[in-house]
Design a protein. Structure first.
Length: 395
């Protein structure tokens, strides 16, 4: 994603398994001697005149639930994308139009770029003027939760994935968006990104240690303390931690490129192709597979793990070293699933078929997003759902 700094997956296909293990172990703090983190606050963070959420337990709905709308963002900076920017904007416009075929789409754009965004996205997409730096709405936007008082948005204090990229505007997106839509804001006591969270909607959260238990986001905080904060923020009872890989891509290995809940009790896992030499990404996937096969969720269920292999890189035109070729970065929309298509027809069709089987009754739509993927991201990274719940409001 970032032209002049480590990209989202810039080194995941290089290095050795031993190096990966050293990096993983180095990023993980020891046990639970620290007290639980402080409770999330609302207070002055909520828009004027808007009641804050009650103290009753809240919950983060599964992505498969109904949506009011999808938020996306217009890539703004040439300093980030360089000569890739025109192609990336074409991909974002196509993706926005595709999602708009299922549910309303609101795209955030800088005021001076809003007109171009409207022209490229077309009338099916609503473009609002709200300053952004980049397109990764999953990470910069609010993480929505529900409770007795209705909808609220968690602000995870986006810091450019540990100050790896400029984020003067993106660091304010969650707050500004919640203010615009009059949704109460919850300031998280931890720093992270939406792409680092995956829930089943029944009390289970998956996350990588490498993107949370990391001093570039949460210095000095143990895993237990971070876990306690996430449980309170999102209303989950069980956190399934996989190690991930620190320092090898800009996200420090987000869970949404590695493992996703297809439904409660069923996890889809990214797997390298059989002939892939042992490397850091292989190590991360192997470790995740071992953990997920040997653990239970918040309901005590043993997880079924469904593997989806990556495409053949030799069949992907202009893929480059930073290309994120994972089918796990799909997006579940109202009545459908939007799935990446990379150019390896056999692998593309196989992945679409597996996801269709796992999401019965939803229409599978494949979208070519190779310009976005060349920057290390995907469909899920580029989208953020607002769940449809009582108490949700519009602008």
């Amino acid at each position: 994603m970032v032209a002049r700094t480590p990209s989202r997956r810039s080194l995941l296909r290089s290095g050795t398994a031993l190096a990966a293990l050293a990096l993983i172990e180095g990023c993980t703090s020891s046990g639970g001697e620290e007290p639980p983190g402080p409770a999330a606050t609302t207070g002055a963070s909520a828009p004027a005149g808007t009641p804050g959420p009650s103290s009753a337990p809240r919950a983060m709905p599964a992505e498969s639930g109904p949506h009011t709308r999808t938020f996306m963002a217009w890539p703004a900076l040439e300093e980030v994308w360089g000569d890739q920017l025109p192609g990336v904007r074409e991909d974002i416009a196509q993706l926005a139009r595709t999602v708009a075929g299922f549910e309303p789409v609101v795209l955030l754009a800088r005021p001076e770029q809003a007109s171009v965004a409207r022209q490229m996205c077309g009338s099916s997409v609503e473009v609002i003027e709200l300053p952004v730096d980049d397109l990764w709405a999953r990470d910069t936007g609010p993480t929505f939760v529900t409770g007795p008082a209705g909808l609220a948005g968690v602000d995870l204090d986006f810091n450019g994935w540990g100050d790896k990229q400029t984020h003067a505007e993106d660091g304010q997106v969650a707050r500004r968006l919640l203010e615009r839509y009059a949704v109460p804001r919850i300031q998280a006591p931890v720093t992270g990104e939406g792409g680092g969270l995956e829930v089943d909607g029944e009390g289970t959260l998956m996350a990588t240690e490498s993107s949370w238990v990391n001093d570039n986001r949460n210095p000095g905080m143990s895993r237990d303390r971070i876990e306690a904060s996430l449980k309170e923020l999102l209303g989950v009872g069980e956190v399934l931690w996989v190690k991930g890989v620190a320092g090898q891509d800009i996200t420090d290995c987000h869970i949404d490129a590695l493992a996703r809940f297809a439904e409660p009790g069923t996890v889809v896992l990214h797997r390298p192709a059989p002939d892939t030499p042992p490397d850091i990404w292989t190590t991360a996937s192997d470790q995740a597979l071992q953990v997920l096969r040997s653990t239970t969720d918040a309901k005590g269920r043993t997880l079924a793990v469904v593997e989806i292999e990556e495409p053949d890189f030799s069949l992907i035109e202009g893929h480059g070293k930073d290309f994120l070729a994972t089918y796990l970065n799909y997006y579940v929309v109202n009545g459908g699933v939007v799935v990446p298509r990379f150019g390896d027809r056999a692998a593309d069709d196989r992945a679409a078929g597996i996801l269709a089987d796992l999401h019965p009754g939803r229409r599978i739509t494949q979208v070519t997003i190779n310009n976005i993927a060349a920057g290390g991201g995907g469909i899920h990274c580029s989208t953020r759902q607002q769940p449809a719940v009582p108490g949700a409001t519009g602008p």
